[in-house]
Ligand binder design. Structure first.
Ligand code: ADP
Ligand code: MG
Length: 253
């Protein structure tokens, strides 16, 4: 690949919450167009890393997204937050949630154009949720809700996607639909970061990996990062790793 291929580049990133240091001196870079998993134990700073990259948390250090600073890329970035952080009592229809993905492109003095509605409809179809367009979001199962939020991200037609634990509390069908969607986005040249908690699926789902626990433990090809010694270093007492690289088993302790 050419030396000037655009990258997501994070350099010496530190995030403090009051007196607590959530991320300490993190540096990594990935070429754009990759599907990257982010793993680490609870409280490791995974969500904080995403929020810092999105410009939602104050940070020290430098971040470049596909060769540009965050503020120039904002419209090109989609974010699907952890589902637990969303209020489902808010009465809103599925089709309107997806249309929200278009709001950055609709001037405040105008209504959604037919084109925006078509884009939203296509996105809903891609996640297999067309029949639920007129339902209230709060009436859906966890997996269906997650698919709707992913449809909203698709409707934004972003180049870079950040998903925070998209597979938590969802059914197997929704997980399969989302995984194959992520792969097809990658084939289209999109860059995707996914915070992930199920270690048994890491090798199946990702080619690239970030392993962290406040500090960076590893970043790069899954084969270089998903290793017993690095996993043990990141998860400390919370998982036990058996075997070697070719035949490894990870068990929560
Ligand atoms: P993860 O997503 O890996 O579970 P987080 O990024 O959510 O971890 O949190 C990293 C650490 O920072 C945790 O110790 C958490 O309690 C703390 N933290 C996260 N958000 C805040 C906040 N808004 N204020 C203070 N501390 C926070
Ligand atoms: Mg988190």
């Amino acid at each position: 690949m050419s030396a000037n291929q655009p990258e997501i580049r994070v350099e010496r990133l530190t995030v403090n919450y009051g007196g607590h240091q959530a991320l300490k001196n993190i540096s990594f870079s990935f070429q754009c167009g990759q599907l990257v998993g982010i793993i680490g134990p609870n409280g490791a700073g995974k969500s904080t890393l995403i929020k810092a990259i999105l410009g939602l948390e104050k940070y020290i250090g430098s971040i470049e997204i596909c060769g540009k600073p965050i503020k120039e890329m904002r419209k090109k970035i989609s974010y699907v937050p952890q589902r637990s952080s969303i209020d489902f009592d808010f009465p809103v229809l599925v089709e309107d949630v997806v249309l929200m993905g278009r709001y950055a492109f609709i001037p405040w003095y105008k209504k959604a154009r037919i084109k925006d509605k078509e884009i939203a409809r296509d996105a809903l179809e891609k996640v297999g949720m067309t029949h639920f367009a007129k339902r209230q979001i709060g009436q859906l199962s966890g997996g269906q809700q997650q698919r709707v939020f992913i449809a909203r991200a698709l409707a934004q037609q972003a180049d870079v996607f950040f998903l925070d634990e998209p597979f938590v509390g969802i059914d197997a069908t929704s997980e399969e639909i989302i995984v194959s969607l992520l792969r097809s986005l990658q084939r289209e040249g999109k860059t995707i970061f996914v915070v992930h908690h199920d270690l048994s699926k890491v090798e199946k789902y990702f080619d690239q990996l970030i392993l962290l626990n406040q500090e960076l433990v590893g970043a790069g090809n899954v084969s270089e990062v998903y290793k017993p010694e690095l996993l043990s270093a990141a998860y400390k007492g919370s998982v036990t790793v058996f075997g070697n690289n070719d035949n490894m088993m990870v068990v929560s302790s």
